[in-house]
Each structure stands twice: as C-alpha cells, then as structure tokens.
Design a protein around this ligand. Structure first.
Ligand code: FMN
Length: 175
C-alpha cells in the first residue's frame, strides 16, 4: 500500500463533520509486531465468542475455524487502524465525540474503497480493551471507537441484503 494512499484516506477522515467542530478523532496506524500481537488477541476473543458455534452452525457467517484464522492475522491486512476519540463521562459530549468519529470512520472506508483498498469497521476486537490499551499505550483520556484492517482485498464480497430494501418500514413520512 502506498503511503500516499494511506494519507489520502486519513485526510478524508480528517474532513468529516464534527459536533462543535471539535474534530475529536485520532488514528493509530499499527503494523509489524504490534499488529501481530493485536491479531493473536483478536483470535482469542473470536475463539471465546464462537465457542458454541459448532452446536449452532446456523449462527456462523463463516466456519468457526476460518473466523479464528482470519482474526489471528486480521485477514492478512498489512496494517490495522485503531480509531480513538476523546473520552467523556458527560453523556452529551460522549455522544458528540462518538458520532463525529463515526463520521470520520465512514469517510475513511469510502476513501479506501475509492482507491481500491478494503477495510472493515470492527468493534469485536474491543472485547479485550485492556490488552489494546496496554499494548498501544492508549491513555484513559481516549475512548477506543473501532478498529479497521486496511489492505488490498483478496475478494470483493457481495453486498449484504438490506432488511428493508424498499424503505417501507425504516422510513416514516410525516406531515
Ligand atoms: C459499529 C460496527 C461494528 C462492527 N464490528 C464488526 C466486527 O467486529 N467484525 C466484523 O467482521 N465486522 C464488523 N462490522 C461490519 C458489519 O458486520 C457489516 O457492516 C454488516 O455485516 C453489513 O455489511 P456491509 O457493511 O457490507 O453492508 C461492524 C460494523 C459496524 C458499523
């Protein structure tokens, strides 16, 4: 992946709208040994989370072992981006920080797709926050919002079906 492309993606994120123009997002670009350690930890989280999938295979969107192998190496992505925001105990500010940073994440993923790269918005790896905080030295003043691996996709997945493709249930017109 070209550094120039990565910077374009991060620049798109940085141009997201934000409550009170606070621009509360921060990005950790993780590769090498730290990425490998994050993968092993995500693998352990998935292992625990999917313990009962063998008995209920219909729950699985992919076979359990495949999911664990995927998690262990973050799907072979060369980097993972950890997205942080300001931490706040005030519910109004917390919402503002999380929503603004979510807008930045979506910008980032759209810019990545436009450049032929692939990512995946993930909160599953936050199942062991302490590990992430210790490994990446994330202070208590920051909330971890999500993680996305980033790399050239091996396959382009089919779009997932929409629950309400005609927008008859999810949209209410009022006048
Ligand atoms: C807040 C959030 C958390 C998500 N966490 C994960 C995750 O931990 N692992 C994963 O594989 N996908 C995760 N996803 C991706 C969703 O599974 C995906 O968006 C959904 O299945 C619909 O697929 P689509 O985005 O291709 O339409 C997450 C998406 C969002 C918005």
């Amino acid at each position: 992946m070209k550094k120039e492309d990565l910077l374009k993606i991060l620049d798109a994120a940085n141009w997201a709208p934000s409550a009170l123009n606070l621009q509360p997002w921060e990005f950790l670009i993780v590769s090498g040994d730290k990425k490998n350690k994050m993968g092993k930890n995500y693998g352990r989280i998935v292992d625990k989370y999917t313990k009962d999938w063998d008995e209920a295979p219909d729950k699985a969107f992919m076979p359990r072992n495949e999911f664990i192998n995927f998690a262990n190496v973050y799907g072979d992505a060369p980097i993972v981006i950890v997205i942080l925001t300001e931490a706040s105990s005030d519910p109004v500010y917390r919402k503002a920080y999380l929503e603004s940073t979510s807008a930045a994440i979506e910008n980032m993923l759209l810019a990545a797709a436009a450049l032929g790269l692939g990512g995946c918005w993930m909160t599953g790896p936050l199942g062991d926050e302490k590990h992430l905080r210790d490994l990446l030295e994330i202070p208590a003043t920051r909330e971890i919002v999500a993680i996305t691996p980033l790399g050239y996709p091996a396959v382009i997945p089919q779009p997932r079906p929409r629950q309400d493709p005609d927008l008859t249930k999810k949209v209410k017109w009022l006048d």
